[in-house]
Ligand binder design. Structure first.
Ligand SMILES: Nc1ncnc2c1ncn2[C@@H]1O[C@H](COP(=O)(O)OP(=O)(O)O)[C@@H](O)[C@H]1O
Ligand SMILES: [Mg+2]
Length: 225
């Protein structure tokens, strides 16, 4: 659960989000809106990558400004470009790397890595160089790596933007099937049907907020007239 209480944010004197109040309790939440409207800022506020200029953001009850360590433990963040997120040479090493902060015994690390390779259909790629995976497989690896530490909330900033149609569907299918709470910024409006709630951000404000069909229809009308 994420809560925004009268949150505003600015870069210098440029307002990016203005007086946003939201209680995000639904499991699958989409965020849509034009380029530059403040979507990435909103997503980054959720895990403290960006701090509010005024107001408060809480992730699972933890203040993102004052309780950064607790916030990082309960949230995961998946970026648009998996190449910025894959840190180790091979697929299995990259998954194991996520567990380093937990200081687990090697056998337990191996067990969790194996389970995750299985869950994400990456078993055959275990020892492959991660950079040789397809775009879709790389994004699945990035998601799998973020999930290794079992965050309660996972934030995604345009996770399907760089993918072809088949991989877009495959990755979104995986995201929608997660048991964690998910907040997904996306331009792929046709992939939002199974979301519980979709929020439209326009010029730094919440312009619409409701069921996917309603919010998407409002957005299309706003842009296309
Ligand atoms: N690091 C930054 N410094 C200054 N301005 C920024 C920075 N990041 C984003 N902005 C500006 O803030 C506004 C909102 O950006 P962003 O949240 O990235 O929008 P979106 O993800 O919807 O495209 C835009 O006008 C953008 O140019
Ligand atoms: Mg963005």
């Amino acid at each position: 659960m994420i809560e925004f209480r009268s949150v505003s944010h600015r870069y210098g004197d440029r307002p990016t989000l203005q007086d946003v109040t939201l209680r995000l309790v639904e499991r699958r939440i989409g965020v849509i809106g034009p380029n530059g409207s403040g979507k990435s800022t909103l997503a980054r506020l959720c895990n403290g990558l960006v701090k509010p200029t005024s107001g408060t953001v809480l992730a699972e009850g933890h203040d993102t400004t004052r309780e950064t360590a607790a916030v990082r433990r309960v949230t995961g963040f998946v970026f648009q470009d998996p190449d910025t997120q894959i840190l180790m040479p091979t697929v299995a090493e990259d998954l194991a790397f996520s567990l380093r902060p937990l200081r687990l015994p090697a056998a337990e690390v191996a067990r969790r890595v194996d389970a995750q390779l299985e869950a994400f259909g990456l078993v055959d790629h275990r020892d492959h160089p991660a950079h040789l995976l397809s775009g879709g497989q790389k994004q699945l690896l990035a998601i799998a790596a973020v999930l290794m530490t079992d965050p309660a909330i996972v934030l995604f900033d345009e996770p399907t933007t760089l993918l072809d149609l088949r991989n877009k569907h495959r990755v979104m299918e995986t995201i929608v099937g997660l048991s964690q709470q998910i907040v997904v910024v996306t331009h792929d409006l046709d992939l939002l049907d199974r979301f519980d709630r979709v929020i439209l951000i326009d010029e730094g404000r919440v312009a619409a907020d409701g069921a996917p069909g309603e919010t998407v229809a409002f957005y299309r009308k706003l842009i296309l007239g």
